[in-house]
Write a protein that binds this ligand. Structure first.
Ligand code: RIB
Ligand code: CA
Length: 313
């Protein structure tokens, strides 16, 4: 099987960084065509810089990194420095990147790539707010049925919200964008908090990164040490959910995940439940299924995959 052609759309973010590293460590499974940065955890100026920092950490200054949208489609940007720190990659001190940022806008790269590659051969992996993806779909509707699959981190149902009582951060930041993506008709696989909250960074799992005695292993351990303090305080859990790498792990070992193909709609009107992913898990409506909504993960298998692949870098 040839490696899967993907574009990662991201707002690094420590967990985004681990997702990018996992993709770059898996050339037999993943052909990373480019990385498009979006405003989310921190402003765009930082997410595009952080994406390049991560590529250089992986020894891949050749990866094409693009800056995309710097604000949601219709709302003011909400960021998450309280979770990720003011740089978005707090934990270790990181050098500024020297690799170039691509001139082309990230949205144009997404459109151009989907038009240039054969239909059904490019997978989009959005792991931040969906602004870039939705803007590309609005600007070039012809690309929607050229997408092989969208594998995104976002949403929540049983786990409810993490930024409001009813909404997960990536969807909440740009609910209008999420509505466009969830109604695009493109094959959609969703990694909500319901599954990511079962992939906790417990001490033995982080120690496995430290025991690599590599710069990558040390950085990942320091990022997770920083990133997990917020969730451990909030949830009283023994670690933090490593959200975004679940998308890449799914592309490599889909059998690690279980879910249901159901209808998922996005709340864009109510102030109380704005950004909620209204998942018809029990199929009580006749709304057509539009998403493979994941609920369970083999967490040990996920961390074993992560450790094995990151040890390659
Ligand atoms: O809610 C978790 C998501 O929001 C993750 O993608 C994290 O990086 C933040 O963007
Ligand atoms: Ca993210």
């Amino acid at each position: 099987m040839p490696p899967r052609k993907i574009i990662i759309d991201t707002d690094p973010g420590q967990d985004d960084a681990v997702a990018i590293l996992l993709a770059l460590a898996s050339p037999e499974d993943i052909d990373l065509l480019g990385i498009t940065a979006v405003a989310g955890n921190v402003p765009l100026a930082l997410t595009q810089k952080n994406a390049r920092i991560v590529c250089e950490l992986a020894g891949r200054p050749d990866v094409k990194v693009f800056a995309g949208c710097d604000a949601p489609m219709k709302r003011k940007l909400i960021t998450a420095e309280h979770v990720h720190g003011k740089t978005g990659l707090d934990g270790p001190v990181m050098e500024d990147p020297t690799m170039p940022l691509q001139e082309q806008h990230g949205v144009d790269f997404i459109i151009e790539t989907l038009r240039a590659e054969a239909p059904g051969t490019v997978t989009l992996c959005p792991i931040g707010p969906l602004t870039n993806i939705a803007t590309a779909f609005e600007r070039a509707p012809d690309i929607m049925d050229r997408v092989q699959e969208i594998v995104l981190m976002g949403g929540a149902y049983f786990e409810v919200g993490n930024i409001t009582p009813s909404a997960e951060f990536n969807i909440y930041v740009d609910p209008e964008a999420a509505k466009i993506v969830f109604s695009s008709g493109a094959p959609l696989t969703v990694m909500p908090l319901d599954v990511t909250h079962k992939a906790l960074t417990t001490k033995p799992r982080i120690d496995a990164f430290r025991s690599m005695h590599s710069r990558v292993g040390d950085m990942v351990a320091e990022w997770t040490d920083f990133f997990e303090r917020f969730d451990m305080e909030k949830y009283g859990s023994e670690g933090a959910p490593l959200h975004d790498p679940c998308t890449i792990a799914y592309l490599i070992e889909p059998q690690l995940f279980q879910g249901r193909h159901i209808n998922v709609e996005i709340e864009t009107q109510s102030d109380l439940t704005l950004g909620m992913t209204v998942a018809d898990w029990w199929r009580v409506t006749d709304r057509p299924a539009n998403a493979m909504f994941m609920k369970d993960i083999d967490a040990s298998g996920f961390y074993a995959l992560l450790a094995a692949r990151l040890a390659r870098l």
